[in-house]
Design a protein around this ligand. Sequence first.
Ligand code: ATP
Ligand code: MG
Length: 352
Amino acid sequence: MQADIVVLPGDGIGPEIVSATVPVLEAVARRFGHQFRFAEHDIGGIAIDRHGEPLPAATLEAARKADAILLGAVGGPKWSDPNATVRPEQGLLAIRKALGLFANLRPVRPHPAALGASPIKSELLAGVDIVVVRELTGGIYFGDKTRSDADATDLCRYTVAEIERVVRVAAELARQRRGHLTSVDKANVLETSRLWRDVATRVVRDEFPDVALEHQLVDSMAMHLLSKPRAYDVIVTENMFGDILTDEASMLAGSLGLLASASLGAARVGIYEPIHGSAPDIAGQGVANPYATILSAAMMLRHSLGLETEAAAVEAAVHGALDAKVFTADLAAQGAAVDTARAAAAVIERLA
Ligand code: ATP
Ligand code: MG
């Protein structure tokens, strides 16, 4: 197949992890006979420096025409002056919104080699394989806000259509995996959660009869995610609960440098990026862990390009590199670390 992939390296370690990942996609194209065309554009701090805005029009235009978008990370101390009117992170929010990306997927599958890096007991983690699907464009984060001297309010609102579309993404994913979907809400207290529960129940009953749906209250979910993480397959939840639960879930996997994400909408195009930030403390040294970005590229192959075999091959190559203890500094015991380029090369060797 032919695909146009927009590459947005961004700031900090972003350019390093992205330039380690593009050759992996090129290796996939060679091995499986595809043609991927890459076009690089600015976003975040570098875009502020070069164009005066975190999401230049040329970047958005290219993104709109692309089949998929690979992103590094944005932000850094240079642009974090509290008085600044433009911030790198605004570029990310703006592009997600412009492309209508409403579902954020974060797989959590701790690799045996990285189990020791998690604060959770290894016996609880073996075999954990979860995808959290977080609603990204609604809820209390986007509701009207008021502030007076005496009080403040944040409105939490969800429409039926907003709930339906994210539940469909999650249920479809559950269908392709182990057929189990957990919908998380606070239906004992919140009206938006009662609507969420009703809509999730109806959508799964009518459109995904083969998927087993379970409802969980967010407080008990927070507990069960740590006490019995193996019990979950796909978890779907609203924006704020998802924000909190995805950070909690990331601790199951140990290193930030292994966690990928996808932001999806109604169209095929999605943004694929590691969940970690721009890591200014190690930027420019060539030592960042590229695996999270490479695993994000695997999600791109799966979700935007429909190339499941290729996606699985990339994941297997990363797992092979981890099995062979090809570790960057964040994973390695002292002295045994390889650099970014070497880690990426270990993946490419396994794809050849
Ligand atoms: P942001 O606000 O952009 O999300 P953050 O403050 O959450 O950033 P990160 O940039 O994610 O922080 O970095 C947190 C820590 O993890 C830093 O010490 C960083 O060096 C380390 N880190 C993050 N990503 C990687 C990576 N790919 N490889 C190695 N270390 C990493
Ligand atoms: Mg962060």
